[in-house]
Design a protein around this ligand. Structure first.
Ligand SMILES: Nc1nc2c(c(=O)[nH]1)N[C@H]1C(S)=C(S)[C@@H](COP(=O)(O)O)O[C@H]1N2
Ligand SMILES: [Mo]
Length: 182
């Protein structure tokens, strides 16, 4: 399930960038070879789609968000991240949600490279939040010092997206759970 076309993966052109509120205003960039050289983790997790289905016990493999943040440290004031995909799709996350140990930039699902329609070559997996936070075709991470709404969070979906509290829609947000809607 996604908005817009499925991008074609061209390894020579692909990169992953980290920018925004980094320590010392550094900018980071990994090309495909550099990204493939990062250490891998395995995570088994359920996947919760907002339209109520849950896929259980998916085996993901990829680079832990913690590994990426250690390699590209944020400044102390960074509170949130915006995860950017091809074609401008985005999702915002609290830094604490991004840094949960089972959050990863996945390259493999159940032992196979992720399929193009499911986010190849790299997708975010955030098992503890609704599926629209699990950005497919990730190309950049932006560190933020104030929260900002991503693609669906601007269009009526909940800013936090915790499935255990059924945080589906922005009208359910309590004061302080998200920036004002534009
Ligand atoms: N780049 C991008 N990532 C995206 C989306 C999208 O439209 N574009 N849709 C999200 C939504 S709403 C869901 S439910 C999941 C679906 O992931 P799947 O297609 O692998 O099941 O991807 C999420 N990631
Ligand atoms: Mo979704």
């Amino acid at each position: 399930m996604h908005y817009g076309p499925v991008p074609r993966f061209r390894p020579q052109r692909w990169d992953l960038r980290v920018y925004g509120a980094t320590a010392g205003d550094e900018r980071y960039r990994w090309d495909w070879g550099g990204f493939e050289a990062l250490p891998r983790v395995d995570v088994v997790a359920d996947f919760h789609c907002v339209t109520r289905f849950t896929v259980q016990n998916v085996a993901w493999r990829g680079v832990s968000a913690l590994t990426l943040v250690e390699a590209a440290p944020p400044e102390g004031a960074a509170t949130h991240v915006m995860v950017w995909a091809e074609y401008g799709y985005s999702a915002n996350l609290r830094m604490d949600d991004f840094l949960r140990p089972d959050v990863l930039l996945a390259t493999h699902r159940d032992g196979e490279p992720i399929e193009p329609g499911h986010g190849a070559p790299v997708r975010l997996v955030v098992p503890h939040l609704y599926g629209w936070k699990s950005v497919k075709w990730v190309r950049a991470i932006e560190y933020l010092t104030a929260d900002r709404r991503g693609f669906w969070e601007e269009r009526g979906y909940h800013n936090i997206a915790d499935p255990w509290s059924e945080q589906r829609y922005s009208y359910q947000e309590e004061p302080g759970q998200g920036p004002p809607l534009g």
